[in-house]
Design a protein around this ligand. Structure first.
Ligand code: PLP
Length: 419
């Protein structure tokens, strides 16, 4: 390359600066191609992918490509409300088969996780005839008006975007590393019922079994069950947000399976569509059917290509082999991360793992993700203070590539400490 000539990445980044809204935060990575757990940038550089397009590639880049190609030749879009098609029905059938409980279910398909959560709340309100919704500390449920209100981080997600949706209340969530136990959280919820909203006015609670953007905080073993009991006592519906923790991310299809709790409504998204936009709301029949015909839907929800991908994904993640491999990967990643705990904490469920630094500032984690990128590893941070390194590696990764990625991560941790 001649002196002064720009790389393809630099050229596209400059055009991005000129034409793309500043509010969409980006890293310097400009992708040309991806396969499995590898990404190549537009300058031909290879990266190990520990981000999976923000948790959307549990089965690996390209996994559903053949199923999508096959569907492309039939039709791209119908709108399920205009002309039904079997792939939509098949996804709902598979979601019923992998439901974490004994109840019969029905499902609704949508375009994004946020849209899924919005619809779960709509359904819960109709089913209960109640207005209020309870979300938890460190929650992330999306960026639409209602889900923004449910999300627990002012900057950058909420600040200035109000007025936010009303009738949203927040309860403490367990966070043992920072001293909040299940007992504290249950106490806080009971106090909320006294101070702010009577339980008889609450339609649903919404909880991620492993909080994602909030810092990869797995709920303690007892918490979902205790919450379920409180919900049953007061006729409140339990909405399980599996957008990030589901679709095989923690080993079983849904993270709630670790807790033995059957939710009333379950929201799926991200990896469900194998890289195409797809979300689902699955719920007990009487809850789902509370909404009359026409009350739910949307133009693109359950797009045929996304459904074809989801059928392939669901049939893969429900297998014993997928789960066993995910658990094996989780064990290996955890063992390596634990070598670097220092004064921080390694935590997660299965291979949904993270390392939180003790300091409540984002600088160190930012240095690690930047150093990782320099070395050829795509890595993300998260957490209320931006001080958590999270791993969302495609679970199809081969041993040798995982070793390479973990080695790069260790080097990046060293770079960040040396800086
Ligand atoms: C737990 C959880 N719920 C909901 C959402 C919103 O999903 P989407 O970005 O597809 O709207 C996310 C996105 O990160 C999430 O992690």
């Amino acid at each position: 390359m001649a002196i002064g000539e720009r790389t393809a990445s630099e050229r596209i980044a400059a055009e991005r600066e000129r034409y793309v809204a500043r509010g969409v935060a980006t890293t310097p990575l400009v992708v040309a191609r991806a396969a499995g757990a590898r990404i190549w940038d537009v300058d031909g550089r290879e990266y190990v992918d520990f981000a999976g397009g923000l948790g959307c590639q549990n089965t690996g880049h390209g996994f559903a490509a053949a199923a999508i190609h096959e569907q492309v030749d039939h039709y791209l879009h119908q709108c399920f409300m205009v002309g039904m098609y079997e792939p939509y029905v098949e996804v709902c059938k598979l979601l019923d088969e992998v439901w974490p409980g004994q109840s019969d279910t029905r499902s609704l398909l949508l375009n994004s996780g946020a849209e899924g959560i919005e619809n779960a709340v709509k359904i819960a309100r109709v089913a209960t005839g109640r207005p209020a919704v309870i979300a938890f500390d460190h929650a992330f449920h999306g960026r639409t008006n209602l889900t923004m209100a449910l999300t627990a981080k002012a900057i950058p997600y909420k600040d200035g975007f109000g007025p936010l949706a009303p009738e949203v209340y927040r309860a403490p969530a367990p966070y043992p590393y920072r001293g909040v136990t299940s007992d504290n959280a249950i106490e806080g919820l009971k106090q909320l019922f006294k101070q702010d909203v009577r339980p008889e006015r609450v339609a649903c609670i919404v909880l991620e079994p492993v909080q994602g953007e909030g810092g990869f905080i797995p709920m303690p073993d007892d918490f979902p069950r205790r919450l379920e009991e409180i919900c049953e006592e007061h006729g409140i519906l339990y909405v399980d947000d599996e957008v990030q923790s589901g679709a095989g991310r923690t080993g079983p299809v849904w993270a709630i399976e670790h807790y033995g709790v059957e939710p009333d409504l379950l929201v799926s998204g991200k990896s469900l569509g194998g890289g195409l936009p797809l979300a689902g709301v699955t719920g007990k029949v009487d809850v789902m059917d509370a909404v009359p015909p026409g009350g739910l839907g949307g133009t693109f929800g359950g797009n045929p290509l996304a459904c074809a991908a989801a059928i392939a994904v669901l049939n893969e993640i429900r297998t014993d082999e997928f789960r066993a491999r995910a658990e094996e990967l989780g064990g290996r990643i955890r063992a390596r991360l634990e070598l670097h705990t220092g004064d921080g904490e390694v935590r997660g469920l299965g291979p949904m793992l993270a390392l939180e630094f003790a300091e409540r500032t984002p600088e160190r984690a930012s240095r690690v993700t930047a150093a990782a990128r320099e070395r050829g590893l795509v890595l993300l941070s998260c957490g209320m203070y931006g001080n958590v390194i999270r791993i969302l590696v495609p679970l199809s990764i081969e041993d040798e590539l995982l070793e390479r990625g973990l080695g790069l991560l260790e080097e990046a941790l060293g770079d960040a400490d040396a800086a």
